[in-house]
Design a protein around this ligand. Structure first.
Ligand SMILES: Cc1cc2nc3c(=O)[nH]c(=O)nc-3n(C[C@H](O)[C@H](O)[C@H](O)COP(=O)(O)O)c2cc1C
Length: 215
């Protein structure tokens, strides 16, 4: 099969106004629970989301990061503040998140503004990570050019030796969380003949307006 011949029909479900919760976070959590139900493919990370960032010149980049919680109606993830994404978010806090749950033929798209989480929250989450991940965060100056893999592995081995038998691996100052405060959240359900359902919550002062978009 060639790429242009690849197509699936989306026939699993529909999405009507009556199905939706009054607020988008309740709706998100409903769909998140659906996505993580027992019959989900084992390999699928339902908390993986595409994060799109850009700098003031308009250069856009995107990559996958993992959602680690929803705190005070903000979508939280963790990364290196000095990475390319970190530098872009420092200069331009406007971001977009996108979840794909292909087993449900669903997509959730979020537009919002990002701020750093508190150092306390970052350190607390860092401490919950596996030892190897904590060591790697100290070794990797994310997004920088490195001469070869061996440099990274040597550095990891050094840190591993230095912290042998110890659990006080430091959370780097440049490592921590971001929280996305959404202004729009779209719920997309694939439908037959590409006549999909798209329902968007748009923030209006202290409330949310719900509209349907053409697919
Ligand atoms: C499934 C998956 C999960 C990932 N989770 C994270 C994450 O939570 N935080 C992170 O910094 N990078 C994560 N990455 C790596 C990023 O996609 C990316 O390579 C890295 O953050 C560097 O991005 P940047 O150079 O654009 O800043 C993940 C990648 C994949 C494929």
């Amino acid at each position: 099969m060639t790429i242009d011949q690849m197509r699936l029909s989306y026939t699993l479900a529909g999405l009507s106004e009556a199905d939706l919760a009054a607020d988008p976070f309740t709706q998100f959590l409903r769909w998140f629970a659906d996505a993580g139900a027992d019959d989900k493919p084992e390999w699928l990370e339902i908390n993986a989301m595409t994060l799109a960032t850009s700098d003031p010149s308009g250069r856009v980049t995107s990559r996958i990061v993992l959602l680690k919680g929803i705190e005070a109606e903000r979508f939280v993830f963790f990364t290196n503040y000095l990475s390319e994404k970190g530098r872009q978010m420092e200069a331009n806090p406007q971001v977009s998140l996108c979840f794909l749950w292909p087993h449900l033929q669903r997509q959730v798209r979020i537009v919002g503004t990002v701020t750093k989480t508190s150092r306390e929250a970052s350190v607390s989450y860092f401490a919950s990570r596996p030892r190897g991940s904590r060591l790697s965060a100290n070794v990797s100056s994310q997004s920088d050019v490195v001469p070869d893999r061996a440099v990274l592995e040597r550095s990891l081995a050094d840190w591993d030796t230095r912290y042998e038998g110890r659990d006080d691996i430091p959370c780097p100052e440049h490592w921590g969380g971001y929280a996305v405060d959404p202004s729009e959240i779209e719920f997309w359900q694939g439908r037959e003949s590409r006549l999909h359902d798209r329902m968007v919550y748009r923030r209006a002062a202290s409330t949310w307006n719900l509209v349907r978009l053409a697919p």
